[in-house]
Design a binder for this molecule. Structure first.
Ligand code: SF4
Length: 402
């Protein structure tokens, strides 16, 4: 049995996740020199970019985009700050954006304004000649960091020991994982899911195996399991810092779903108390939450669903409707701006953007585009051939179920 007792290591991005939390409603960008006073990891870039004003950066980015033409595609995740997403050719969630990138084979360069696992996924799905660039290499994801390859492989070996190799357990990984885990799913009969198709992906898995290891977000796994009719007793949590994940062999054999002990630092900030406060303030409010929120919040909300579901629901809601939203603040602010005839606000009164997405400052975008103009590809994200091959298998299985 490979399990060993380890010292808990909190991913750096988790420690840093509240770095940009503030109480004002707006999050306007400042110069990079100003922003980098926040005590987190920042990738060093040439000094000239640190002091450029918003207008100077805007002019440089526009000029670079014009000169690069169709050779570059810029992708912007919904959680990206306003001053960056405005340059995106495509806006969307991580999977949609990777598909968008694949639909532009004329673009030699894909600049992904998102986080590291998203750039990896684009790299897996895009054409071999395309190069994927992440403007700031420190833009990771605290949730993806919570399931590092070594810990998952240790856990996987232990589960094989207890449950047996054949049909004992299938891995189902959320899109928000490192490429190595997507490839683990491809190798071992598993599948990838997004927050939109998690129920369909789990049904697919249960048609092929008795149990599922759901990685890395315990909340999405638990909320989806409950939606499919599993009970809390059917699920166990795997804590990578404890022998056998903190479980007994009997508990594991009895479980239908093993939930990796990971979470999103942004979505776990929402609470039932915040929902109660919103309802006291506006008795006719609708509460809509992302399934990465904790079970109690998802159950107390009027509805829950993926980022795309939240956008569509609010955009199509009647004028005058009121919405308290449990998801990332940059998206909530954008929805409020795009729907001035509705009342839309974030459940959490403290404005807390995803701290890793927020690291894509316009200065980094300008820097990587200027690099391309000079023939230099900076911050290229690559995935080795074998990992790509098995990851694609798991992603193709996902496509079968949507
Ligand atoms: S919102 Fe959460 S899951 Fe999404 S990139 Fe940020 S930390 Fe990761």
């Amino acid at each position: 049995m490979a399990t060993r007792t380890k010292e808990p290591v909190i991913p750096v991005t988790e420690i840093e996740h509240s770095a940009f939390c503030r109480t004002e409603d707006e999050l306007p960008s400042k110069s990079l020199a100003e922003e980098s006073k926040v005590n987190i990891r920042w990738q060093r870039i040439p000094t000239e970019y640190l002091h450029l004003s918003a207008d100077e950066l805007d002019a440089r980015i526009h000029e670079a985009r014009e000169r690069l033409g169709d050779r570059v595609t810029v992708l912007g995740h919904h959680y990206q700050r306003e001053e960056v997403i405005k340059y995106a050719d495509f806006q969307g969630d991580s999977y949609l954006l990777s598909k968008n990138a694949a639909s532009r084979p004329e673009a030699d360069y894909i600049v992904f304004c998102g986080v590291h696992f998203m750039a990896e996924t684009a790299c897996i799905l895009c054409a071999p000649h395309q190069k994927v660039i992440l403007p700031n290499i420190t833009a990771g994801c605290s949730m993806a960091d919570m399931a590092p390859m070594d810990d998952v492989m240790d856990a996987w070996d232990d589960m094989q020991d207890v449950l047996g190799n054949h049909g004992g357990i299938l891995p189902v990984a959320y899109m928000n994982t490192i490429a190595g885990l997507k490839s683990l799913c491809g190798r071992h009969g598993g599948i990838i899911c997004t927050s939109s198709n998690a129920p369909a992906a789990l049904k697919w898995a249960y048609e092929r195996g008795e149990r599922v290891l759901f990685l890395p977000d315990q909340h999405l796994g638990r909320n989806t399991g409950l939606k499919l009719g599993l009970s809390l007793d059917d699920m166990v949590v795997w804590n990578p810092f404890k022998p056998l994940g903190g479980n007994t062999p009997e508990k594991l054999r009895k479980a239908k779903m093993v939930l990796w002990q990971g979470h999103c630092s942004v979505h776990t900030r929402f609470t039932v108390k915040q929902i109660e406060t919103a309802r006291e303030r506006y008795p006719d409010i609708k509460v809509i939450a992302h399934p990465e929120c904790v079970m109690e919040v998802v159950q107390a909300a009027d509805m829950n669903g993926s980022t795309e579901f939240i956008r569509k629901t609010i955009n199509e809601a009647p004028a005058g409707s009121k919405w308290a939203v449990g998801t990332e603040i940059s998206l909530v602010n954008r929805l409020a701006k795009q729907n001035p005839d509705k009342t839309i606000f974030c459940l959490d009164p403290v404005v807390c953007p995803c701290s890793t997405m927020y690291r894509i400052h316009p200065a980094y975008l300008s820097w990587v585009l200027d690099g391309l103009l000079e023939g230099e590809v900076v911050n290229r994200i690559t995935v080795d051939d074998e990992t790509q091959r098995y990851s694609r298998i798991a992603l193709e299985r996902m496509l079968e179920v949507v």
